[in-house]
Design a protein around this ligand. Sequence first.
Ligand code: HEM
Length: 450
Amino acid sequence: MKATAENRYAPQGPKGSWLSGNLMEYRQDPVGFLTELQKDYGGVAQIRFGPQKMYVIYDPILLKEVLLTKQEHFIKLKAFKEARLFVGDGVATSTGEKHKRVRKLMQPYFTRAHIQTYAEQMVQIVNDELERWLPGERRILTEDISNITFAVIAKTLFSLEDDGYARAIREPYELINRMCSERMRSLLPVPLFISTAKNRAYKTALNELDQAVYAILQQRKNNPEQGAGDLLSVLLSAKDDSGAGMTDQELRDELMIIFIAGHETSANVLSWAFSYILQQPEVEEKLYEEWDRVLGGSDPTDTTYMQLTYTQNVLREAMRLRSPSFFTGRSATADVEIGHITVKKGQSILFSPYAIHQNPEYFPDPLSFIPERFENDLLKRIPQFAYIPFGGGPRGCIGNHFAMMEMVIALCMIGQRYRLILAPAHPPIEMEALMTLRPKHGIQVIVNSR
Ligand code: HEM
């Protein structure tokens, strides 16, 4: 195209089909599509899903404008409306004053200082899980780890012990996760009022999920003395400026988002981390060396976990290569200049932490698993938004310190107790891009005593 004053800076992108634009390529392989775009078009690309034109931003300088300096002109991606069916309008999806109020309410529960009070409970939960493992058996590590991360959220934030809640939430969520991802990638998802077998199954699962969360709320309302001072009690007693408390629907939405955002992401990172560790003996050796040196066989504590710097770097590298939040996005609420492009009111921007983390300028040999790359303050030497597993700005992950602590604790406790090997005849370890990025067939291991 000949450069003119109008199009000189117009970001380019793949042509796609006249009707669906680039949707088919995206549907077939969302992660591959978003990664290739960066290689072909650099810092920003333009794509089209049906009639909707969008920008995909990779340049950390531009991303900083979207997520931080001009963030007031953006809301969460409009395409997430499908996900709102089950997450509702909680802290991860709400906008404006409502978002600010709830985020402020929740923030004290996620500060670096406060999460340390959860360390003992986390250790206890991991110990309980490991008690069930038998040397020599084959286990689906991914499921065991999800048990841990779910129980951690349930216990630390909502004072729930009974794993009946975990089943009641996780079982319907499995189907919802799949259906929701499928519908988000469809140009015209079949409206839910049309009674297809898939729609009926989806609606049943949505209903079951609702019932499970409402049951937790009801149980606490009946026993308000339980869990005094936990996050649930604060949500239950919160009042807005007019003195009104949250409705049941609002409470349900906040609980739901914490359960969903809080357990699956950490479980995926831990599973991916093990998949690399078990295939790279030199990483495993360095981990054992660190655990022996710092912990000497003891369980980690609220202070020793911070000294496990190599363990943290292993997790950072797993999040770089397999960012669970493989894409997210924003929609503009007004015309706004981002670098040299004008994003029109209503237009959407996508960004992919997964793809951004593969920029060789900041991460040489980007496809290799090299935890050492994070040494010597790498994150201070690269642009602020070049490494964004937890997003960034005021809508960045509220649970980043929480997740890091629980992942370090779980990783070193599993590794100190058992020597894992990948199970024989393991299915290929492939990515499955649903709402988050997870290992398609799970990670299966043989558990040996250390
Ligand atoms: C390794 C684990 C985790 C990863 C990789 C992760 C990733 C992310 C990312 C990328 C975002 C921002 C999305 C965007 O900008 O559109 C986010 C937001 C969020 N995360 Fe996490 N997360 C993790 C763990 C957790 C945990 C443990 C919790 C809670 C216990 C949590 C709760 C949330 C919430 C509530 C938001 C929305 C924040 C807002 O919009 O104000 N996450 N997370």
